[in-house]
Write a new protein. Structure first.
Length: 95
């Protein structure tokens, strides 16, 4: 009976350890959903700082994102249209 308990606990332990390692690998992946800006596509943002020379930065949630798009003045509205690596691509919103 002792051997069965030892065997069963080892099997369960290995099973849950493997699931834990896979989950950690997924969370640390550069393509993980919490790391990429894909969840922001379609979102309209107000630019606190304008876009100069086609680039700037915005704050979404608790993260600051580099953005790229047409030159826009501060206070302009822009829509996130895509992602290029870690850079959000934006376009002006028609008023």
């Amino acid at each position: 009976m002792t051997w069965f308990v030892l065997f069963a606990s080892t099997v369960f332990g290995l099973y849950f350890w493997r699931r834990y390692v896979q989950r950690q690998r997924e969370l640390n992946s550069p393509l993980a959903s919490h790391r990429s800006g894909h969840s922001h596509i379609g979102q309209v943002v107000v630019l606190e700082q304008g876009l100069q020379n086609g680039s700037g930065r915005i704050r979404l949630g608790n993260r600051e994102w580099p953005i790229r798009g047409p030159n826009l003045p501060p206070g302009a509205k822009a829509r996130v249209t895509g992602v290029d690596g870690t850079v959000l691509l934006v376009d002006r919103v028609a008023a």
